[in-house]
Design a protein around this ligand. Structure first.
Ligand SMILES: [Zn+2]
Length: 448
């Protein structure tokens, strides 16, 4: 009888581990369809509020649109340091179900992977951050600073969630620094473990080119043909030399990268970077995009009949500019390169993403990540990087917060499946990632 009672007790007190909790949250989150548009992120916000509520953590739903709420929760530290913010967005990009071989919102587990839209971008991080918050609460540890959790809506489209919070609830998310998406871990072919910490982002700068000429019959060619002028302009822009510029992050990026066997060739070229930039860029397009503003023509519009010369032709360009350049500088350069009065270079109407300095490589949080990584693997290479894509971290950097894409999850697929089909994460990656996130948070937020 007594043995039976002890046995029961053992079952009751066996708490859910951090990894189990992360996996449970993750599976539940994948099943909540927050495809943006329309988003419906309130589904996730309410789920998080309920789960954290069970642990005695009050979470607040905030936002301007009742269907698209953000959720914020805070563990009070009482210590002297300014807060740590853990953030991750709750929306996902839409799916084309026909192109998936598995259902996109069932969190199906197969061959050691869990499949679902948002698996890597970025519900794994939402789940891990929730689980870490609960772990801190359950252990009752003493914190040297507040730890804030934020799951925000609409990152994949208009960034309305983060902008609403900054305008209306800044005090609830203001922090010394932030852990965000876009970091990653990988292992090179040579077996070296690489941690990519995102500290900076290029700035989407969409440009419209409008060519104007006179209309006429297709049987009589005209020198002011708008389509011909437009194609000339596009051709000049895509072949033009764009200036080379490095910042604190990309300078360190190239130095660290050259330590890897695969990039040994970079070493001798780094001394005279500017002079060797074309050689580096020609060899590797991804590296080229790390030190230049880039131009990709993506959309064209002209004409309505093959025998009618249109008086106007239009192209849209996906330009990703270096954060150290203003958009006016970019437009001005484009006008000079095109050098054609028939072409107008116009900004795409709409809201701008902020351009910001890279987050510092010497903050306590950056150092804490270095400590955790070195403890795990003294031979690991830690590479800060600037992402070509934008995240909502840019809005926080613009407010002066240091924001880092935390490199806790191993990249299981190369190229990655974020925004692609059959998006998935390895179960072990999810569980190990949560454990590592916990170590980073402990390193920076536990009172010593
Ligand atoms: Zn994302």
């Amino acid at each position: 009888m007594r043995i039976f009672a002890l046995f029961l007790l053992a079952i009751v007190v066996r708490a859910e581990t951090l990894a189990d909790r992360t996996q449970r949250y993750f599976v539940d989150l994948i099943k909540l369809n927050t495809s943006n548009a329309p988003g419906n992120e309130t589904l996730v916000a309410k789920y998080i509020q309920a789960e954290l509520g069970k642990e005695g953590i009050a979470a607040e739903l905030l936002g301007g649109d009742p269907q698209r709420l953000n959720v914020v929760a805070r563990l009070a530290g009482g210590g002297p340091q300014r807060p740590l913010l853990m953030m991750a967005h709750s929306d996902v990009v839409p799916v084309e179900p026909k192109l998936w071989t598995v259902p996109a919102f069932d969190a199906l587990e197969k061959n050691g992977f869990i499949y679902g839209r948002g698996a890597v971008d970025t519900k794994a991080l939402v789940a891990a951050e929730m689980a870490v918050l609960v772990e801190l609460k359950q252990r009752g540890v003493k914190l040297n600073r507040d730890v804030i959790f934020l799951s925000e809506a609409d990152e994949e489209a208009g960034s309305t969630g983060i902008q609403w919070l900054i305008r209306n609830a800044w005090g609830k998310i203001d922090a010394e620094f932030c852990l965000n998406e876009a970091g990653g871990r990988e292992v090179t072919a040579g077996g070296v473990e690489v941690y990519n910490v995102q500290t900076s982002e290029k700035v989407p700068t969409r440009v419209i080119l409008v060519a104007r000429g006179s209309a006429g019959h297709g049987s009589l060619p005209r020198k002011d043909n708008a389509v011909a002028h437009l194609s000339d302009a596009i051709s000049k822009l895509t072949r033009a030399y764009m200036p080379v510029q490095l910042n604190t992050t990309t300078r360190r990026y190239f130095t660290e990268l050259a330590k890897l066997e695969e990039y040994k060739w970079l070493g001798p070229l780094l001394g005279k970077f500017e002079a060797n930039a074309n050689e580096i860029g020609d060899k590797d397009g991804e590296l080229d995009a790390m030190f230049r503003t880039t131009v990709s023509p993506t959309m064209l519009r002209a004409g309505m009949k093959v025998n009618v010369i249109p008086n106007q032709a239009e192209a849209q360009l996906d330009v990703r500019r270096l954060p150290g350049e203003t958009k006016e500088e970019v437009y001005e350069r484009f006008r000079k390169i095109i050098n054609d009065p028939a072409i107008e270079v116009l900004p795409e109407p709409g809201q701008d993403m902020p351009a910001t300095e890279p987050s510092s490589l010497t903050t306590d949080l950056y150092k804490a990540m270095e400590v955790v990584i070195r403890r795990k693997n003294p031979k690991a290479v830690i590479i800060p990087y600037m992402s070509r894509g934008a995240t909502d971290g840019a809005f926080l950097r613009a407010k002066g917060m240091a924001v880092y894409g935390v490199p806790v999850f191993l990249r299981d697929d190369k190229p990655g499946r974020a925004h692609g089909n059959d998006e998935r994460i390895r179960v072990s990656t999810l569980r190990e990632g949560a454990a590592m996130l916990m170590q980073v948070v402990e390193e920076i937020a536990l009172a010593k």
